[in-house]
Design a binder for this molecule. Structure first.
Ligand code: BES
Ligand code: ZN
Length: 654
């Protein structure tokens, strides 16, 4: 069933496989399409086989999801109904949904008549196909399906937090993380990024909690719903890939930032969070000035409890973010620029399959950096680019060459494995290469058009190449040759037209690093005071030429001088602290063990947690004992996304 798109045209393949071009002009569930001019149904969608979904959308597809769920914090279960609007080709007598680790109680039609259904054997990555028999559909018909179901306490998308895992310490908390293929562990639907669905929801929660979703909030204060409970209702008219359906429930307060921006977080964090993000409103304005109107209405942030496994997640209208970006000095706000940029790259123009993940992330890193440049200036943007370039070099050295292509082949693998710096940084440097060669004005004109032409559509690498050849290159053979586009997307490594970015702000930093790390000089205390976070990260990223993982380059005396001179173990900035703890643990520097333990039990962001456990694991029995001891304490605090990754390194503590 795995087939690869390669460079053959999508049209030819869809024809060869007998797939239909689905006409979606009268897509179900657009609830008053036309009342919201921002929502435009694509005239048609080209179905591309997604090997990470059981769905066959060319036969029958979901267009709208309506949830009516109750959150039971004692049992750690969401239960109720998902009512799906479905349509399909004439005569279709079956629809296939994706589910994983769900308890399906019944399936019926809109009139309550039971339908026949069965579950396939479970694949550890993909879960199960839920096949539902239908009286044959007629062309243009929209029908309702009602699925009665419950999630399991260990649903991979969901984390149920005890009060002690929150900032307030009084109330429990629940949040979801759908990307890449985890939505099927809490919603029975077609879980493929090419199958866009609008959604609505009614969520019943204990009365002292509030529910938020990646959607328009219809009942900001909630409404009574039986003893001790309140219900919150939501609606998202813009159709989205199901990985963008998201929920948070907890003791959540709101503060406004600007006309269409604000922050949600626990009350005890609200003031710090509000103070960190005054730039968000101007980020939205600059983003619009670059690539066209923001089509989602509001842009709010939900700053989650510390176990949120990612830095950020671009859930529509409501970016989810880790509290580790609340640094106190706005130094880590590039993450917000990144998630905001996804409102175009990813949420409007969406990777058709996880093999095309670079189209989401590479475009977003490019766009993120343009927002940073517009708001904070060229200098700051170049610093971020240089840090990204160094991350990319590290990734290129670590990965097997076939995983360094932009276009991936993840058949039989977890799409998580495509989440590398290749998609992010090689993708962004590809676009910067095009920008450099054609000039910024021309590039921006094309990119803005690309978002407009392809809004609400799934995008493959081949379709991207076709778009840029049609609208930017226009048959210019010399330009085609200079860009080396096929090499960028289909070949490993970096093509010869890649250029390393340069930041003069890093010159004194590099000089100081050489003096300290190579020549045994004293820590640059006064310089450090004047450096921004990006310069500090650059300093701590220094490694000897040809450095191998685990290899030492500092003495205990040097480590002590650095730690005490620069206050590293006490750093309040999560990126700086993480970079230091990586160095300290590589050297088995005992005084940093307690701060490492505190860091690893204080938050669950995988980008920090996993590399630190990998470092410890590489340090022989000393590190392995430490890793096992810390993980036994930390694992119950982590989201499944993080613990599943760490399990593969440290094992499951008993
Ligand atoms: N969409 C990603 C997060 C993601 C990717 C979750 C794939 C699950 C599967 C998000 O936009 C992202 O890239 N977050 C980064 C931060 C960003 C600034 C690079 C992160 O969480 O570290
Ligand atoms: Zn991203």
């Amino acid at each position: 069933m795995a087939f690869k798109l390669a460079s053959v045209s999508t049209l030819a393949l869809t024809a060869a496989l007998g797939m239909t071009m689905a006409a979606c002009t009268s897509m179900p569930g657009w609830g008053g399409a036309g009342t919201n001019p921002a929502v435009q149904a694509p005239a048609q969608v080209q179905w591309v086989r997604d090997v990470h979904s059981h769905a066959r959308p060319e036969i029958a597809r979901v267009g709208h999801v309506d949830l009516d769920l109750t959150a039971d914090f004692d049992r750690k279960v969401l239960s109720g109904t998902a009512t799906l609007d479905i349509s399909g080709r004439a005569g279709a007598d079956q629809i296939i949904l994706d589910v994983r680790n769900l308890d399906i109680e019944s399936v019926s039609d809109g009139a309550g008549r039971a339908l026949t259904w069965r579950l396939s054997a479970s694949d550890p990555i993909l879960g199960q196909a839920l096949e539902i028999e239908l009286p044959p559909l007629s062309a243009g018909e929209t029908r309702k399906l009602v699925i009665n179901y419950a999630t399991r306490p260990d649903a991979a998308a969901l984390q149920w937090l005890n009060p002690s895992q929150t900032a307030g310490g009084e109330q429990p908390y629940l949040f979801s993380q759908g990307q890449a293929i985890l939505t099927r562990t809490w919603i029975p639907t077609q879980d493929s990024p090419g199958i866009r669905q609008s959604y609505s929801a009614r969520i019943v929660v204990p009365e002292d909690l509030k529910a938020v979703m990646s959607a328009e909030m219809l009942t900001p204060e909630g409404e009574p719903a039986g003893p001790g409970q309140r219900a919150y209702r939501f609606r998202l008219r813009n159709p989205v890939p199901p990985y963008l359906i998201a929920i948070g429930v907890g003791d959540i307060a709101f503060a406004s930032l600007g006309e269409r921006t604000g922050v949600y977080t626990e009350p005890s964090m609200l003031e710090a969070v509000r103070a960190e993000f005054p730039a968000v409103e101007s980020m939205v304005e600059e983003a619009e000035a670059l690539y066209g109107p923001y089509l989602w209405g509001r842009y709010d942030l939900l700053v989650l409890p510390p176990s949120f496994p990612f830095g950020g997640m671009e859930n529509p209208r409501l970016t989810f973010a880790t509290p580790t970006i609340v640094a106190g000095d706005q130094s880590l706000v590039a993450l917000v620029a990144h998630e905001l940029a996804h409102s175009w790259s990813g949420n409007l123009v969406t990777n058709a399959t996880w093999d095309d993940f670079w189209l989401n992330e590479g475009f977003t890193v490019y766009f993120e950096n343009r927002i940073m440049e517009a708001v904070y200036g060229r200098d700051r943007a170049m610093q971020e680019q240089v840090l990204g370039w160094e991350d990319l070099q590290g990734e290129l050295a670590d990965l097997p060459p076939e995983d360094t292509r932009l276009k991936l082949d993840l058949a039989g693998r977890d799409p998580d494995e495509g989440m590398t710096n290749i998609a992010y940084e090689k993708g962004a440097f590809f676009l910067r290469t095009i920008e450099r060669i054609v000039g910024r004005d021309r590039f921006d004109g094309w990119l803005k058009g690309y978002f407009e032409r392809n809004a609400y559509r799934p995008m493959t690498t081949a379709m991207f190449l076709e778009d840029i050849r049609t609208y930017l290159i226009r048959g210019d053979a010399a330009l085609e040759e200079a860009l080396m586009m096929d090499a960028w997307v289909y070949q490993p490594g970096l093509p010869s037209n890649a250029m390393a970015p340069v930041s003069q702000a890093f010159d004194p930093v590099d000089a100081a690093a050489r003096s300290v790390f190579l020549e045994g000089g004293a820590p640059p205390q006064s310089l450090w005071q004047g450096w921004n976070t990006q310069q500090r990260q650059r300093f701590l990223a220094w490694r000897p030429e040809g450095h191998q993982a685990g290899q030492d380059w500092l003495s205990d005396a040097q480590l002590k001088a650095l730690d005490e001179g620069l206050g590293l173990s006490a750093a309040g900035n999560s990126e700086v602290l993480f970079a230091w703890l990586q160095i300290a643990m590589t050297h088995r520097y005992e005084p940093a063990v307690a701060p490492t333990e505190a860091f690893l039990t204080g938050m669950g962001r995988r980008k920090f947690v996993l590399p630190l456990f990998q470092t410890l694991w590489g340090e022989g029995e000393w590190g392995r004992d430490l890793a096992r001891r810390i993980y036994a304490e930390a694992r119950p605090l982590y989201h499944p996304v993080t613990s599943n990754s760490v399990d593969a390194v440290v094992g499951v503590p008993n």
